[in-house]
Design a protein around this ligand. Structure first.
Ligand SMILES: *Cc1c(COP(=O)(O)O)cnc(C)c1O
Length: 330
C-alpha cells in the first residue's frame, strides 16, 4: 500500500541528517532474552543527543526548510523532548527557534530548553494557549511551525531508526515501539516494513490516556482525558484533524499493547538494574511490555528505548522502591 511517507523518503532523510544526529547502538539483552525465550535486542536511542529520538525528526524538518524559511526561524509548542530537539537542531544550523509554553511549566524544564538556545515565550495557562501563540507567530513573524509528530518530514526523520534497527538485526521478526502521537511508530513501521514486509510492529502505550489506541479502536481520531503518568512523554492527543499518523498507524501497526503504571515502573527499574541504563517512563515501555508478558514473540525482537529525560528524584524513588503507585491506588 502507498504510504504518505515511503522507504525512499526515509532513506533521503537519513542522508540529510547524517552528521547532525548520532547513529545509536543496538545491543543484545541477555536478561530480556532469557525472560522472553527469544533473542531480544535493545535500540539505545535514549543516548541520542538531547536525550531522545526527537532530534531525528526535528533535524530533518529543519534541513527541508527553504532559505527564506531558515532566515525567519521555527516555532513549536512543547515542554519536553520535541522542544529540546528543535532548539538544538535549530542552533546547529544558526536558525532562530521559539518555543511556546504555558505558565504551568516548571522552571527547570523552561531553563533546559533555554540553555539549548531557544527563545522561550510563556503564555497563558494551558497547552492550547501555547499553541495559539504558535499560530500567532506563524502569522506575524512568518515562523515555520515544526509539529511534534503529524508532519511528513518529522515522520521520515523518526523512520531512520527503523533503517538502523534492520541493519543491526536483519532477521528481526518483531519490533516494539512507543506510541503516542504516532510519528515515531509510523516512521519506524514504514522503514521496517519497506525492508522486511513480514516483520510485526507492535505499538506500546500507557493505559492512562492512550489517545492513538482509542482512535484506532474508534476508527477515527478521538480525544481522551489526559492523565498524569510515568510515561509523560506519551501524553497528549493525536489531533482531531490528524493528517498523517493516524492513517499510517492504522495501516502499518500489527498490534497495540497498554501498560499499567506499576508495569512502567518495573520497566524503568529493569533498565537500571539489569541493563545499567537511566531511562524515562516512555522510554521503558517496550522493556515493560516484555516483562509484563503482554506481547507474543516468535523470534528476534528489537525493543526501542526512546528517551532518558526523567526527573532524577523520581527515578531514584522508582529504582529504590519508595515510589508508590498512587494513581492506581485511588
Ligand atoms: C515523543 C516521544 C515518544 C512518542 O513519539 P510519538 O511520535 O508522539 O508517538 C516516545 N518516547 C519519547 C521519549 C518521546 O519523547
Amino acid at each position: 500500500m502507498m504510504q504518505p511517507v515511503s522507504l525512499a523518503d526515509i532513506e533521503a532523510a537519513r542522508r540529510r541528517i547524517a552528521g547532525r544526529i548520532e547513529p545509536t547502538a543496538t545491543v543484545p539483552s541477555a536478561s530480556l532474552s532469557e525472560i522472553a525465550g527469544v533473542p531480544v535486542f535493545l535500540k539505545l536511542e535514549h543516548r541520542q543527543t538531547t536525550g531522545s529520538f526527537k532530534l531525528r525528526g526535528a533535524s530533518n524538518a529543519i534541513a527541508q526548510l527553504s532559505a527564506a524559511e531558515k532566515a525567519r526561524g521555527v516555532v513549536a509548542a512543547s515542554t519536553g523532548n520535541h522542544g529540546r530537539a528543535l532548539a538544538h537542531a535549530a542552533r546547529l544550523k544558526g536558525v532562530r527557534a521559539v518555543i511556546c509554553m504555558s505558565k504551568l511549566v516548571p522552571e527547570n524544564k523552561v531553563a533546559e530548553i533555554r540553555r539549548l538556545g531557544a527563545e522561550i515565550r510563556i503564555v497563558g495557562g494551558s497547552q492550547d494557549d501555547a499553541q495559539d501563540e504558535v499560530d500567532r507567530l506563524v502569522g506575524t513573524d512568518g515562523l515555520a511551525m515544526v509539529p511534534p509528530f503529524d508532519d511528513a518530514a518529522v515522520v521520515a526523520g523518526q523512520g531512520t531508526l527503523g533503517l538502523e534497527m534492520i541493519e543491526a538485526v536483519p532477521t528481526a521478526r518483531t519490533v516494539l515501539v512507543q506510541l503516542s502521537g504516532g510519528g515515531l511508530a509510523a516512521g519506524i513501521a514504514a522503514a521496517v516494513k519497506g525492508l522486511l514486509p513480514s516483520t510485526r510492529i507492535v505499538g506500546v502505550s500507557m493505559q492512562r490516556g492512550a489517545a492513538m489506541k482509542a482512535s484506532l479502536d474508534a476508527g477515527r481520531p478521538v480525544q481522551v482525558e489526559e492523565l498524569p503518568t510515568l510515561a509523560d512523554s506519551l501524553g497528549g492527543g493525536i489531533g482531531l484533524a490528524n493528517r498523517l499518523t493516524f492513517q499510517m498507524c492504522k495501516n502499518l501497526l500489527d498490534d497495540v499493547v497498554l501498560l499499567t503504571e506499576a508495569e512502567i515502573a518495573a520497566g524503568i527499574r529493569h533498565a537500571y538494574a539489569a541493563e545499567r541504563e537511566v531511562v524515562e517512563g516512555a522510554g521503558a515501555v517496550g522493556i515493560a511490555a516484555i516483562l509484563a508478558g503482554k506481547v507474543r514473540l516468535d523470534g528476534e525482537t528489537v525493543v526501542l528505548v526512546s528517551g532518558r529525560n526523567i526527573d532524577m528524584d523520581l527515578h531514584r524513588g522508582i529504582v529504590c522502591g519508595s515510589w508508590a503507585d498512587a494513581t492506581e491506588a485511588r
